[in-house]
Design a protein around this ligand. Structure first.
Ligand code: ADP
Length: 265
């Protein structure tokens, strides 16, 4: 067939990146971005070269989580220069860095959004990376379709589905599973976030939601549960201000769970 020069450039940019992982969720607020960033931080703390591309054009939360809010994207002869997170040198690309203030909203619609996402892959100078973590907006929309399409030639490793074990979240997980299967994206597994709460003073563990439904789904669909991550107030406190929970609270349950998850990748 005809060669698409954009696609050729994307392939050139993506080929030196060993692993590409999509982080998806059916609903917002389940901790998808937090889990994606913790994953990036754990990998980076183990000496991997890591990039995070924020495909949430309308609600970017990565710049804050990775503490690159003050930085702006500049164009160089090699392409768009990535933002550099102080957390183990994670490279970041996000539309958040292209807005003048966080009160600016992005009113990009369909084609412009698609165009920008393409450029994140085509024009960003990522260089050699071990992992590129792709954070996506909740649900399944243009952003996902575009990312999957542009990564087709370089075969992403697959998707991690982040959810809580509430009934309403699980219903949307089924939709994500069907979407991935339809699009030919491998599902690496589920991450059940905020699954328990550990009391900071006595370490007593309390379950938050019953987990039989998510376990049933996992069995039925033959999708492993990669991790169950407790609610961890130390993690939240760090993330809220853009500090690195992996460095500050390496012995916290949430980070230990993320380290287990990384081993299973
Ligand atoms: P999403 O990307 O799914 O919309 P976020 O990652 O923004 O969700 O997380 C929503 C909120 O929940 C944030 O305030 C975040 O700090 C908090 N949060 C997420 N996961 C945890 C966790 N395991 N422990 C404590 N707080 C968490």
């Amino acid at each position: 067939g005809r060669v698409d020069p954009d696609q050729e450039m994307i392939d050139i940019r993506m080929n030196p990146i060993k692993h590409k992982i999509l982080v998806i969720s059916g609903k917002g607020g389940v901790g998808k971005s937090t889990v994606g960033c913790m994953l990036a931080q754990v990998l980076a703390s183990q000496s991997c070269k890591v990039g995070v591309v924020d495909l949430d054009i309308c609600g970017p939360s990565i710049p804050k989580l990775l503490s690159v809010e003050e930085q702006v994207v500049v164009n160089t002869e090699y392409g768009w220069k990535t933002l550099l997170s102080p957390h183990n040198g994670i490279k970041v690309m996000s539309v958040g860095a292209m807005l003048k203030s966080d009160r600016d909203s992005v009113v990009f619609r369909g084609p412009r959004k698609t165009g920008l996402i393409k450029r994140f892959f085509k024009d960003t100078f990522w260089g050699k990376l071990d992992y590129l973590i792709c954070d996506t907006p909740p649900g399944t929309s243009d952003e996902h379709l575009t990312a999957i399409k542009v990564l087709k030639n370089v075969k992403p490793d697959g998707a991690i589905i982040v959810t809580t074990s509430q009934g309403v979240s699980i219903a949307t997980v089924r939709r994500e599973v069907n979407f991935c299967r339809k699009m030919g994206v491998k599902i690496l597994g589920l991450v059940v976030n905020m699954s328990t709460f550990m009391c900071p003073c006595c370490d007593e563990v309390t379950n938050i939601f019953p987990e039989d439904e998510i376990e049933k789904l996992s069995e039925e669909q033959k999708i492993p549960i990669l991790a169950r991550i407790p609610i961890d107030t130390r993690v939240t406190a760090c993330c809220e201000v853009g500090r690195n929970p992996v460095i500050e609270h390496p012995d916290s349950q949430a980070i230990k769970c993320m380290e287990q998850l990384v081993k299973s990748l």
